[in-house]
Design a protein around this ligand. Structure first.
Ligand code: 5RP
Length: 263
């Protein structure tokens, strides 16, 4: 692997082999998502706890301090909205030249396996990998399900992750599910977990993140369950403890309680 590629991956995956990515890209199809109306205000107190931000170029330029050294994963697919016909109909929105200009550590793209646009989104991934590998930029594939949240089960997610890896993704982001080891076992590149819509309790989040890490995930790309929580900093700290310090769900809950009650 060339120096540039290795250097970028090392910015994202920490020396312990784990990572805590924080997505704030939701506006690219949802508009001003709850608690992400002003991304700069939402993300500022959370930056010390995450290892990288997943963001579009528009929010990067307008809301993130360019003197910050936080690594950036640039969302480069889109072209659909919640108001439109089909969330799966994504194309490439951002060029590799732009990714280089923005000095990003990686780019991220969604694939929609099993959808009407499976073929297009898989070729988008393959073409992006062709262009990015030439420049030493890792591609993170996002196994997206659009509105079909019920698709999040092991056989489907294992297939999506494997296909993403076969097409050249360096990291795959997918949903946690029961029997998550079936997803990680069949995927030869690192897997990170997305959160999905906000869970009912913090403990639920700690439990699935812990379980996924035990079953082979290297970390998370978790957004709403952090910054839509009543105590986002406490949540970020507690998740960091699971990801980088081996905390149990109960340990994370204790840390969350202590942090939320401290001034
Ligand atoms: C949207 C995305 C988000 O980055 C992803 O959904 C992770 O965020 P959350 O934890 O809020 O689900 O890729 O397509």
């Amino acid at each position: 692997m060339d120096w540039g590629m290795r250097n970028r991956i090392a910015q994202l995956i920490q020396p312990d082999g784990h990572c805590f990515f924080m997505p704030i890209d939701h506006g690219y199809f949802q508009g001003p998502t709850k608690r992400l109306e002003k991304p700069d205000e939402t993300v500022k107190p959370l930056l010390p706890y995450c290892d990288a931000l997943f963001v579009t170029r528009g929010i990067l330029r307008t809301c993130i301090d360019p003197t910050s050294s936080k690594p950036i994963i640039l969302r480069v697919s889109g072209g659909t909205s919640l108001a439109g016909k089909d969330l799966a109909h994504e194309g490439i929105t951002t060029s590799v030249r732009e990714a280089i200009r923005l000095n990003v550590a990686a780019v991220g793209i969604s694939i929609f396996v099993g959808s009407e646009y499976e073929h297009e989104t898989l070729l988008n991934l393959a073409n992006l990998v062709n262009d990015c590998e030439e420049c030493g930029i890792p591609v993170m594939a996002v196994t997206a399900v659009g509105r079909e949240l019920e698709k999040r089960e092991d056989r489907y997610l294992a297939m999506c992750c494997r296909i993403a890896a076969e097409l050249g993704a360096r990291v795959v982001k997918t949903y946690w599910c029961k029997d998550f080891e079936k997803v990680t076992t069949g995927c030869p590149v690192p897997v990170v977990m997305a959160g999905g819509p906000k869970c009912k309790t913090e403990l639920e989040v700690f439990e699935f993140v812990y379980d996924g890490m035990q079953k082979g995930a290297i970390g998370v790309n978790l957004g709403r369950n952090v910054w839509q929580d009543k105590h986002p900093v406490a949540m970020a700290k507690a998740l960091r403890a699971i990801i980088h310090e081996g905390a149990t769900p109960q340990g994370a809950q204790e840390l969350y309680n202590i942090t939320k009650n401290s001034k």
